[in-house]
Design a protein around this ligand. Structure first.
Ligand code: 5GP
Ligand code: MN
Length: 334
């Protein structure tokens, strides 16, 4: 599958000079890592490339783009248009539904360019000319590494390896989620040979809490509620909670995972009031066979992966909470 895709990609890139690379909105380390790795790889292939983000990354990932001229569509719509006009092809990385790139999807639609999608989410939409969709793989970075290796392993240097490591690290929950495989670890071994400094990457990504973010985590943990007979834990962060602790984008990343540390808990959920978009943003995490992707899709306009998904609600917080409590009971067959 990788071989076939790499050959087709090579053929598609033949004669093409200008590429645009787009990850999903609110990019995580897998989205940014795969985009930056592909960017550097395309440059090595002698192409021109531009990474266009639907919006800016959270502070803890700014190190991934600071050396490069990466565009945020939200901050710079005119420059985005200009670059799309110059581009001959678009890479869509770490998303498979145009909903996941917000307003940028309109620009892509207008640009009418061929799209190459590389992704690992379930149920891909049909918007690409060429795609590699592998929901059985833990990260887009792992998929991309395999593709780049087949095209030219020599071009994968320490910097590209660092981006790839970052995406694999975070999307596998530090190598613990079920989709982490022996093959994943083999890739990590190859990345070590390329010179990655894993300690430095872990520190950059995880040891970067501000004092107020640490306090906000305290609030989320204090407000944790348990439906013990269902093995469900959930917590809520209101607009007031966020404001009190000087919330910055990305601050709540990872909070939802703490519920799963409670013995017997198989589903953990966080509800976050997003006053900007006037929605309640929801993150779902689960263990084993419980499929929160299906749950998010069925009840909360969302999706993602079997054990990690997201969605949203347009109702009030209390209505959302009530809907969640009754729907999770129904879903788990209680
Ligand atoms: P998170 O909870 O970290 O925001 O997202 C977990 C996973 O669910 C990610 O892989 C993300 O792509 C997916 N996801 C998050 N929010 C949404 C959403 O509103 N719709 C869909 N389809 N997927 C989402
Ligand atoms: Mn991913």
């Amino acid at each position: 599958m990788y071989l076939n895709f790499s050959q087709k990609l090579n053929e598609t890139l033949d004669g093409i000079n200008n590429c645009a690379i787009i990850p999903h909105k609110n990019p995580d380390a897998d989205a940014l890592g795969s985009s930056m790795a592909l960017y550097l790889f395309l440059i090595k292939l002698g192409k021109k490339a531009k990474v266009i983000l639907p919006n800016s990354p959270p502070n803890y990932l700014k190190w991934m783009i600071e050396k490069y001229d990466v565009i945020s569509h939200e901050n710079n719509p005119e420059e985005t248009k200009k670059h799309l006009l110059n581009s001959e092809i678009i890479f869509a990385l770490d998303f498979n539904s145009l909903k996941r790139i917000g307003m940028l999807s309109k620009e892509i639609h207008n640009a009418k360019l061929p799209i190459i999608m590389i992704d690992h989410h379930e149920t891909p939409e049909n918007f690409s000319k060429l795609f590699l969709s592998k929901p059985e793989i833990g990260s887009t970075c792992e998929i991309l590494f395999n593709i780049m290796k087949l095209i030219n392993n020599e071009f994968i240097d320490k910097e590209i390896a660092t981006y790839i490591y970052s995406g694999i690290l975070t999307d596998t929950g530090s190598f613990r989620y079920p989709l982490t495989s022996g093959k994943t670890h083999n890739i990590i071994s190859e990345l070590f040979k390329k010179g990655v400094n894993h300690t430095d990457i872990h520190e950059k990504i995880y040891d970067n809490y501000s004092f107020s973010r640490t306090n906000l985590l305290g609030v989320a943990l204090q407000k944790l509620r348990l439906i013990s007979d269902l093995g469900v834990a959930y917590t809520i962060l209101s607009k007031d909670n966020l404001e009190k602790y000087n919330y910055k984008k990305g601050d709540t990343e990872g909070f939802v995972n703490f519920g799963l540390r409670i013995k017997g808990v198989c589903v953990s959920v966080i509800f976050i009031e997003n006053s900007e978009e006037n929605i309640i943003k929801i993150s779902f995490r689960s263990k084993d066979k419980i499929d929160v992707n299906k749950f998010a899709k069925k009840y909360f306009n969302g999706g993602g992966h079997k054990n990690a998904s997201g969605g949203f609600s347009n109702d009030s917080m209390i209505e959302t909470e009530n809907k969640f409590v009754s729907s999770i009971k129904e879903f788990l067959g209680a």
